[in-house]
Structures are given as C-alpha cells and as structure tokens.
Ligand binder design. Structure first.
Ligand code: MTE
Ligand code: HPA
Ligand code: MOS
Length: 748
C-alpha cells in the first residue's frame, strides 16, 4: 500500500508548522537564553531591545499568569528562568516582534548580568556531589555476590556512550492563535499533543478544555518532541496570550541544536562472570546517566536502561544500578531506544572483554546465552514465544555467517594496512511504555454518508508511517478500499487524554483503538444490512467495498449502505478506547510484567578499516528481524533501514561535544556529522523472520519504530575487531562514538 502522505511529500506539498498560512496579524517570537551554564541572574536589561523596531513585547518569568513550571514527571523545570540558570541557552526571555528577524535582533540587545557558580558536566562528578535527579534504582535477580565464586572467568571494565542530536528535519515550533473566549489553538510540532495542552493550561492557569492542540504531521521527532516540544509551544502560547495576537515561534537549526536536549550520554561500570564454556553466570552494572539540568524524561529513560541491561541474554544473577545525574547541560530527553541502546552497549562491551580473555570470538558467548522460553528477566517477566534464537539461526542460514567470518579472516590474513571486523548484534526490545498507565489510546471514527471515512486518534505522524497503518486497519475492518479513508490531524478536541506517540507503541495502541471503533460501526452496519436484506447477521460480511451474504456479492455496495443507514438514523460514528491487557509493574519490588511482548532481531556487520587514515566503511549489514505478520512491509523496511543508519550514526560519527563550561561545541552541521547516503553500508540485506505470526499483536503484527536502532551498535564492535586485527596490543576502550580521528589516535 502507498504511504498515506507519499503524494504530498514527493511534490513538496506536505505542510509543517512553518508552512501554515498564519493570520495576517501574526507576530514572531524568538528566545533569549542564558549565556552561562550555572549562576544567579542579577539583572535583566531589556530597554534597548524593547525600543528596537518592530518589537511588541518582552515576556519574562513575571509575566506567567499560572505556574512557571513545565516539568512533566518531576516538576523541576521553569519555563523562563527567574533567579537562577542551570544550563547555557536556558530560556530567560521571549521577544515578540513583527518579523522573525526583528525578534532575533532584539534578543541580541538584551543584556543580562549573572553571578557565576561552579559548572558540572560529568555525570560521575555529579553523582559524587550527590546531584541526583531521583534516588538510584536497582534491578536484581539471583545473588551476584555468591555467583562470582562459581565463575571460571570474571572480568570488569567501563563503557561510555555519547549523546545524539535528534536533527529532525523540521525544527521545534508552534503557532499559537487566540480564540474568542481567551482560549488558544496551537499548531504544534509535538509527539505529545496532550502534554502540550496540559502544560500550557498549567502555565496560563486555564482549564485544559480551553487549549486545543492540533498536529498534522512532524518533520521527524525521534523522541526529541515527546517532551521537549512543550516548552516552545508554551512560550508561543504565553506570548500570544500576553500580546493578544497570534504568535509563531519556530527555532532555527542553530538555536534548536543549542537549546534542546539530546540522547543521554552514559558512563558505566560493568563486571561479568562466566563458566569456562561460555555460560554467563553473573553480571553487574552501574549506569551514570547524564541527565542535564532538569529531569525531563530522564527517570523513565533510566528505567528502560535497567529493563534492557542484559539485552538478549539470560543471566541468572544480575545486579544493575542506575543513577540519573544532574549536570549543567540542556536537559537530555527521549531518543529512539529510550535508554535501551545505552544499556546494550554496556553488556556487549562486557561480552567483548570476556571473549578476549577467553580467547574466543564474542559470537560464541552471545549464542550460548540467548533467551529461551521460560527464562525470567531480572525484573520478573518470563520469556514467552521468544524468537531471538530463531532470528540467530535464520541469520546463520540466510546470510551464511560462517562464510562472512571466513572472508574477514582471509582478508585480514592477506592485507596489512586494511583490516576488516565482523560482529553479531542481537536485539531484544520490550514493547509497551514502561510506565503502564501510558499504554492506552483513543480513536474517533466517522463514516460519512457518501461512504468516505475519517479517522482521528492520539497518534502523531512523524514519518514513521502510523497514518498508513491506521488507514490499513480501518480498511481491513470495514472491508473497503484504503482510498476511502482519510486520517485526520491529531487534535486534543477530537481525542482526549492521549499518550505521546512514542515507545514504538503508537501504531499498536492507536491501531487497536481504531480497530475497536471500526468494529462498532461495522457491527451496526451489519445489523442494518441484515434487516435490509432480510438475512441473518452472521451471514453478512463486508469486503472489497461490497456487502456479501454467504460469501456471495450483493448488489448493495458499501457507499449505498452508508447512505441508507444514515437515512434510517443509524449512527455512523464511533469512539473507542484501548488499553494493553495484562501488563503491570511494581516499582517497590522492581518486578512485574511491563511489556506486552518483545521485538527480536539480529544484525551481522562487517566493517573495513583503513589503518593508515583511520577511515572506515561499513561494508555490509545483514539483518533478520521479527515483524510478526507485518501490516505494511514497505513501511517497516523503511523503519529498519532508517533506524539502522541512525544507530550507526550514534555509534560511529555523531559526536556531541561540550566544553567544561557546558558550552556545546558541535553546534552546527559542519562540526556535527550525521550519516548520509555515502556512509550507508555498501550492502544492506534485510530478511523478515519467516513463520513469525504474532496473534496477540495488531492484526498479528509487531511494533517496529525503535528496535532496529540498536543494530547500529554492531558496527562499533565490528570496527573494534578490525582495529584489534591491525594491532592486538592496543587498548581500545569502550567509548563511543568511533570517529575516524579517535580511531586513528588509538591505532597509530
Ligand atoms: N521514523 C521517522 N521517519 N521519524 C521519526 O521521528 N521516530 C521513532 C520511530 N520512527 C521516528 C521514526 C521513534 S523514537 C518512535 S518511538 C517511533 O517511530 C514512534 O512511532 P510508532 O510508535 O508509531 O512506531
Ligand atoms: N518509551 C518511550 N517513551 C516513554 C516511555 C517509554 O518506555 N515511557 C514514558 N515515555
Ligand atoms: Mo520514541 S524515543 O519513544 O519517541
């Protein structure tokens, strides 16, 4: 099926926040951020800025009518700083002017005096000083203390992974328009329309029903707009509220890079113990998460780190502790994988050290410890219909791992200055929000009496194809052509109390809600058709735009049926709510069954290293991925390819560098490099796991958004193997990303 938006995208007609025709009297906002990473605000001089041509108003913390507080999980983040600043570029003032240029010129004219305080950028230093966002958490099972004694090999080490800039094509932005009753309509580029609505209501001291948030689509979110679209939408709303005119606030790329949080860097310690035949008996890890200056989603991300501490492996004795550390950087936030990738990098590092010590390749250890049905995770969820071994085996057959490895060995034997490395990267990723309450969704479906259908849900289309999937769900249930179905914008007035579109669950949750709403309408129409045709309801089915009785097509067709139903006063609209069944988690015990199911897959990666220059090429990636029975194989393939590239970028080239004073140094696209088509693997083969029906899923499918991101971790370890093939004696610490300069420094 064609992507819901394909026609508009290829013609450049798709609209994003900055493309909407704003009312004629729309003003433009720009934001003045802190110049220092930590300190007290002594004075704010904005007289010059106020007199600048076109400037209408300077909005400060004192202009907030409600609470000056945008924290979602923990309320520790001011919308506009009043007395203290905690990171460079922290918003202090909003300038409203007639043009975006005037607003920015005026921002530069605001003069702020600070009294500087000590700056912390390192999470371990923050932990030492007791700067934690929340108390540390530990997931454990068995007893590691006694297990070490039973191990033949025990190794330990440290691992560190870096941040990552989301670099969505569409930067953060919002258009806020006042309504006649003092409420607001917000066109926001957010993954969480309800979050925006809730926070704007809190800041403006208005009831939520006065705030309407509408989202047509995003030019990418990747987690960066789950929580962090809210601040900009709230600033636009506050500005509009204060000046009494519509206000648009759209960040420029450079501002977006400076002002918004990124993936959390982690620094971690690990210890792993194995028997001499490679069974992992015990694993301990301590994760120091660099949260930045406010909580944002850090504690939820930390939790997912703990859930994925052992990646795809059963380990009977585990103790994993995680600390969310407060530093003077922009608050870090959700990014594809949500803390899972950071955990997986650590356990794969531990396995690499153990393999070296034991004189085997890491695959030997990986393969021996993969999950099987009946295994308990450290948090108590029992593996069920586990497919990680099937993926591994299918990879062994389909891609001929032995031959890949053989080629690498032969190549390395015959070349001295160019070396190759090979690795396997298994991924097991839990599907559901780890916060059980968020696993709910709503849908509102209207069938019009010309047979066309409109769907509204809480799902936000950000390029991941959720609208195509929703369209397909409705087409299947109603038995009609997908072209009759339109997915409407995401609007808090049509579907309320929504969870953000995140956790790879957007399509699952909203798809189920859409299914339930369509089933209600289908049931009513079946009853009506049974009266009309005078046949038993059970004999009636709908498909191919027709009405069938005992699988015989009737002259009565879908369009006519909907019209007749309308005139007979049958309701053609339905609302439905879906909540994932049988999930729970007890934070006191740190045990439960948090995930509806898991997504599984394996990647085999070969990297080729130029040992003189430190440059490298990802030569091939072979993937076997479990999609269940895919709803939209083309959409899913796009997700796998995109996520893989984003994962490789995180591990290999995207280097978020801050100075010790907390200043972002990689703050343009000339200093912050992301993968492009030339960086893509020379060969990328994706196999969808066969015979992998998933009856519990939405039309037997599985979620896809985040899991393939973690295949990118394989490229890091493959490159490390290539470095080791060149120089066995060098120490290659587990520090990502592996930029060519960092590679060269290690091996030359
Ligand atoms: N794909 C595109 N093209 N753009 C995005 O912003 N976000 C990812 C993933 N795929 C994203 C994407 C993230 S972080 C998540 S959680 C899921 O899509 C969200 O959508 P889903 O729940 O419908 O899979
Ligand atoms: N994943 C993504 N986003 C979230 C989650 C999660 O598990 N929990 C809260 N927000
Ligand atoms: Mo995705 S990081 O859960 O928005």
């Amino acid at each position: 099926m064609k992507n819901h938006d394909a026609n508009l995208h290829v013609r450049g007609l798709s609209r994003f926040v900055d493309d909407f025709l704003a009312p004629d009297n729309t003003l433009h906002a720009a934001v003045k951020g802190s110049a220092i990473a930590h300190g007290a605000i002594m004075s704010i001089h904005h007289e010059k800025a106020e007199k600048h041509p076109g400037v209408r108003k300077i909005v400060l913390a004192k202009d907030v009518p409600g609470e000056n507080q945008i924290g979602s999980i923990i309320q520790d983040e001011q919308l506009l700083a009043d007395h203290e600043v905690h990171f460079i570029s922290q918003p202090i003032a909003i300038v409203v002017a007639e043009t975006p240029e005037q607003a920015r010129e005026a921002v530069a004219l605001i003069d702020i005096e600070y009294e500087e305080k000590p700056v912390i950028t390192d999470p371990r230093v923050a932990a030492e000083k007791g700067q934690l966002i929340a108390p540390a958490r530990t997931f454990s099972c068995g007893d590691t203390d006694t297990a070490w004694g039973k191990c033949d090999v025990v190794v330990s080490g440290t691992a560190a992974s870096g941040g990552q800039e989301h670099l969505y094509l569409e930067t953060q932005g919002c258009l806020a328009v006042l309504k006649e009753d003092g409420g607001l309509k917000l066109i926001s580029s957010t993954q969480g329309p309800t979050a925006v609505q809730r926070i704007v209501a809190r800041v403006l001291d208005l009831p939520m029903h006065k705030i309407e948030v509408d989202v047509l689509r995003l030019g990418g979110g990747f987690g960066g707009k789950e929580d962090q679209a809210t601040a900009w939408a709230t600033m636009a709303a506050l500005a509009a509220y204060r000046v009494g005119q519509p206000v648009k606030l759209v960040l420029r790329r450079h501002e977006d890079m400076l002002m918004t949080g990124k993936r959390h860097p982690y620094s971690s310690d690990f210890k792993i113990g194995l028997t001499k035949d490679g069974k992992i008996l015990a694993y301990e890890a301590i994760y120091y998460q660099n949260a930045g200056a406010a909580a944002d989603l850090s504690t939820a991300i930390l939790e997912r780190t703990l859930f994925h501490s052992t990646n795809s492996y059963f380990i009977p004795n585990v103790k994993a502790t995680a600390l969310s550390c407060r530093t003077n950087l922009p608050p870090n936030t959700a990014f594809r994988g949500f803390g899972g990738p950071q955990a997986m990098f650590v356990i794969e590092s531990a396995i690499a050290v153990a393999a070296e010590k034991m004189g085997v390749t890491p695959e030997v250890i990986q393969a021996k410890n993969l999950w099987q049905d009946g295994d308990a995770t450290p948090y108590g969820q029992i593996m069920h219909e586990c497919r990680i071994k099937s993926c591994w085996q299918e990879m062994a057959e389909k891609s001929n791992i032995k031959k890949l490895q053989q080629n690498v060995r032969e190549f390395n034997a015959n070349n001295t200055l160019v070396k190759k490395g090979f690795t396997m990267m298994p991924v097991t990723f839990g599907i559901s929000f780890t916060n059980t309450a968020l696993n709910q969704a709503g849908a509102l479906v209207h069938v019009y009496n010309d047979g066309s259908v409109s769907i509204s849900t809480g799902a936000v289309e950000m390029g991941q194809g959720v609208n195509s999937k929703l369209q397909q769900v409705a087409a299947r249930v109603l038995g009609i052509d997908a072209r009759r179905i339109r997915v409407d914008s995401t609007n808090t007035g049509r579907v309320a109390n929504t969870s953000p579109t995140a956790a790879s669950s957007g399509s699952d949750l909203n798809g189920h809600a859409t299914r339930l709403a369509c089933e209600q309408i289908q049931e009513r129409l079946q009853c009506f058709a049974s009266r009309l045709l005078d046949v038993e309801r059970s004999k009636i089915t709908f498909h191919d735009d027709k009405i069938w009785v005992d699988e015989m097509p009737q002259s009565l067709q879908w369009q006519e049926l909907t019209d007749k139903a309308y005139w007979a006063r049958v309701s053609l609209s339905a609302q439905a709510h879906y909540s994932t069944p049988n999930i729970h988690f007890d934070k006191n015990k740190e045990k439960g069954h948090p995930f509806a199911y898991y997504a599984y897959g394996v990647a085999a990666t070969v990297v080729r290293l130029d040992c003189i220059r430190g440059t490298y090429k990802v030569e091939s990636v072979d993937i076997v991925h479990d999609l269940g029975s895919s709803l939209s194989p083309k959409v899913d393939l796009g997700q796998i390819e995109g996520a893989l590239m984003q994962g490789i970028g995180w591990m290999m080239m995207e280097d978020v560098v801050f100075s010790e004073q907390g200043r972002l140094l990689a703050n343009t696209l000339s200093t912050y490099k992301i993968p492009d088509i030339y960086f893509a693997p020379e060969s990328l083969r994706v196999h969808i796991l066969e015979n992998a029906d998933h009856p519990a899923g939405l039309f037997h499918s599985k979620a896809i958004g985040e899991p393939p991101f973690m295949y990118g971790i394989g490229a890091w370890f493959a490159l490390r193997e290539a470095m080791k093939a060149y120089r066995q004696d060098v120490d290659v610490p587990f520090v990502a990303p592996f930029t060519p300069e960092s590679v060269l420094m290690r091996i030359s």
